[in-house]
Design a binder for this molecule. Structure first.
Ligand SMILES: [Zn+2]
Length: 275
């Protein structure tokens, strides 16, 4: 893959309808390169629909990924909630794979007041079970836990990189807006570069060649993320981020999750190509 592809989290607003297929067509018309299918309220796409989505994406030259439902907590205290969470990730991976997507992203867990080391091993154990099942099904979709925007949520840079280093089939989804909102920092060239350096040291150069990035403007407070904003209405230093990505020769996909979706995706793409 040449460089970075830019696209939207979900069907662009200017698509003919809200359908995934019209979303893919609109992405291609706009000259964007990728789209993340949002299964955030549940995986409602069937196998037949997924095949059509995959054919459309191939024809239009749009790279796909999928976002698993929000209702996931691999650190839930009730075994049935763990199983339901695992099933939601598995369902996402199965349909995503039929769509031709190479990666799925998800929000892994909440700490629920538990010690962070304990949460890490619990999440790792339940994630390993998911990967075993996917291996049995010969499903090679990369499973990508996201860096999360609130201190109550599992998903620091270190946690996500450690899971990626320790579990075969896991790779990071670096949401730079979430990390900025969570820390109140990481909003300058040198800080963005430090994340990329950490990723390179922990996972090797290959991880920089296969990045999955989420970006948006973001509002935040003491408890981290409040809501996503359009880039120009936020303090997010996206030009600095794009410069760091260029200097580290990062390749992969950049999914824009600003409320205006394609407008900011196009802004990011144009800014990047003019650096
Ligand atoms: Zn997400």
């Amino acid at each position: 893959m040449a460089g970075l592809l830019f696209g939207t989290g979900g069907t662009p607003h200017s698509a003919k309808s809200r359908s995934t297929i019209d979303g893919i067509k609109r992405i291609a018309e706009l000259g964007l390169g990728c789209m993340e299918i949002e299964f955030v309220q549940g995986v409602k796409m069937g196998e037949g629909g997924a095949r059509l989505v995959g054919e459309t994406a191939t024809r239009e030259g749009v790279k796909l990924s999928a976002h698993a439902p929000y209702f996931i907590n691999l650190n839930a205290h009730e075994p049935e909630k763990i199983r339901a969470s695992q099933n939601r990730i598995l369902e996402t991976a199965r349909i995503a794979s039929i769509c031709g997507a190479e990666s799925i992203t998800f929000h892994a867990a909440f700490y629920l007041g538990d010690p962070v080391e304990k949460v890490y091993s619990t999440v790792k154990k339940h994630l390993a079970e998911i990967l075993n099942q996917l291996r049995k099904e010969n499903n090679r979709v990369r499973v990508r836990p996201e860096t999360m925007g609130k201190p109550s949520q599992f998903g620091t840079i270190e946690e996500v990189l450690n899971l990626s280093a320790e579990l075969d089939g896991v790779a990071p989804c670096i949401d730079f807006a979430h990390w900025h909102a969570r820390t109140g920092k990481f909003n300058s060239y040198s800080e963005f570069a430090s994340i990329l350096q950490q990723l390179k040291e922990r996972l090797g150069k290959a991880a920089l060649d296969d990045m999955h990035i989420h970006v948006s403007g973001i509002a935040y407070g003491k408890k981290g993320e409040i809501k996503h904003l359009n880039l120009k209405e936020s303090d997010f230093q996206y030009v600095e981020l794009l410069k760091a990505l260029r200097d580290y020769e990062a390749k992969g996909i950049v999914i824009c999750e600003s409320p205006n979706l394609e407008e900011d995706a196009l802004l990011l793409q144009a800014t990047y190509s003019n650096l």
